[in-house]
Design a protein around this ligand. Structure first.
Ligand code: B12
Length: 428
């Protein structure tokens, strides 16, 4: 009998990560008897771990987080560690995974985790659990970094990318239905983004049959809004990033027949489309098969110089054209812009506001972000983004007109905290 309990800890914003892990645990025959629990960070997780540790031989706590949440996770982990020390819970192992653990496993172990899973968790996490349950230390598992008895930090090499055909996007048994990841990996090289580092530059698509099985699972569970996850929602099925509308149509037609057009959402939150992928026939497919009233377009800047510097791979004209097509189809365009990018000049800001004013006048809404030097991205070591007072005033005025939204203020704060803490952890 498997005397092992696993508690997966995360916020609502880590839902997809934990859902995918739970799906991988569900399909692993070796872990059929596993007692799997989910907990919110903080007090609920602490209580759950304490209770399980009293009755199971081994409890593995799996933590998922993104880099901007580093400071929060550090505080929570300190509390959990303190509790484990007091209760002398020697049978609890703390495992981190996700974007931060993958991009910065050293700082993750420095926080106090016993293990960091580096890379995709679908194969590595079940393997680690089996090793630990068998009484071994997990050091043989590829994709795992850990602290050795001598105190050294050891890394076994990244977990190999999995095939999405082999795993469900979420677990039906543990009722973790949610957005369906249709594509993993990104062929582009945007310097502010960690996705190519985390997921690779080769596009891996979930086969149509598996996507539709996931739609069915959502509907069975009463999740009636079907949303998809992909770096560029229009590139489903593509080998090189350029839309394959025949394959996209097969996906949308199938999903829409099952769930009803009003309940299918593609290219809106929590995903987006790249401007150069937008074409009249592509948007027509969305209008025909989806319930979206908007599309999220990644523009990032109105300055050609800045687009070039960030290796964005499209022009300002592509953004204008995409917004026009989207609006022409009767959809609203939500346009992502990042402020405080490395090397941003007053002229770049003017060019960006020129684009913003033009698009807002035509009914687009600006989704504003502050630059975060994300671990795993080529700009990881750049200073955190700052938004000057004049920009803040202009964003406030646009928000007042309903033409701007976004968490740029929170992100500015998070970026500073993240950079400070990373520097302290690097010194440990
Ligand atoms: C959808 C999405 C979101 C969704 C939901 C994410 C979720 N995990 O549920 C939402 C909208 C909430 C979101 C928010 C943010 N996001 Co986001 N998001 C994405 C996106 C597009 C897909 C992520 C996803 O669902 N992948 C599918 C899952 C299955 O993959 P995964 O999370 O990587 O999990 C795998 C492994 O990492 C690992 N794993 C994960 N957790 C754990 C835990 C354990 C214990 C183990 C063993 C393994 C493990 O196993 C999983 C299966 O292989 C990615 C970009 C991309 N295309 O990949 C950005 C991305 C993850 N987001 C990112 C960021 C920065 C954010 C924000 C923090 C940014 C911001 N603007 O403030 C916000 C947070 C907002 C807030 N309120 O604080 C960065 C993270 C980089 C980093 N170094 O942390 C990414 C990579 C984008 C980028 N530009 O680089 N996001």
């Amino acid at each position: 009998m498997l005397d092992l309990a696993v508690v997966l800890v995360g916020h609502r914003k880590n839902w997809n990560s934990l859902a995918a892990l739970a799906g991988a645990l569900e399909v692993d025959a070796r872990l059929r008897e596993l007692a799997l629990h989910f907990a919110r960070p903080g007090a609920p997780a602490l209580a759950q771990v304490q209770e399980l540790a009293a009755r199971q031989a081994l409890v593995v706590v799996g933590y998922s987080f993104m880099s901007p949440d580093l400071a929060r996770v550090a505080a929570e982990l300190a509390e959990l560690r303190g509790m484990l020390r007091e209760g002398a819970l020697g049978n609890v192992r703390l495992v981190a995974g996700g974007p931060h653990a993958t991009a910065a496993w050293q700082s993750t172990l420095a926080l106090g985790f016993d293990y960091a899973v580096v890379g995709e968790g679908e194969a590595a996490f079940p393997e680690l659990l089996c090793e630990l349950a068998a009484g071994r230390d997990g050091s043989a598992v590829r994709g795992v970094a850990w602290r050795s008895l001598e105190g050294a930090r050891v890394f076994n090499g990244r977990a190999r990318p999995v095939s999405l055909a082999d795993y469900p996007p979420f677990s039906a048994r543990y009722r973790r239905q949610g957005p369906i990841e249709i594509t993993r990996g990104c062929v582009h090289r945007c310097r502010f983004c960690a996705t190519p580092f985390l997921a690779g530059r080769r596009l891996r698509h979930r086969p149509l049959g598996a996507v539709l099985a996931a739609v069915e699972s959502c509907l069975r569970e009463g999740v009636d809004q079907i949303r998809f996850i992909a770096p560029d929602s229009l590139a489903y099925g593509s080998a090189d990033g350029r839309p394959r509308l025949d394959l996209l149509e097969a996906l949308l037609r199938g999903a829409s027949e099952m769930a009803g057009r009003a309940n299918i959402f593609l290219g809106s939150f929590p995903s987006e489309v790249r401007p150069e992928s937008v074409s009249a026939p592509a948007v027509e497919l969305i209008a025909r098969y989806c319930g979206n009233d908007n599309l999220v377009v990644g523009a990032q800047s109105g300055s050609a110089r800045q687009l070039e510097a960030m290796r964005r791979g499209h022009t300002v004209a592509d953004v204008r054209r995409a917004v026009k097509i989207i609006q022409g189809a009767g959809l609203r365009a939500n346009v992502d812009i990042i402020f405080g990018l490395p090397g941003e000049t007053a002229e770049d800001r003017e060019l960006t506001f020129g684009l913003i004013d033009e698009l807002a006048a035509r009914g687009a809404r600006i989704h504003s972000h502050t630059f975060l030097p994300l671990p795993g991205s080529p700009w990881a070591t750049c200073p955190p983004g700052e938004v000057d007072a004049a920009t803040a005033r202009r964003l406030g005025a646009l928000a007042g007109q309903g033409a701007q939204y976004g968490s740029w203020q929170v992100q500015a704060q998070q970026a500073r905290e993240m950079v400070e803490l990373m520097a302290r952890l690097a010194a440990l």
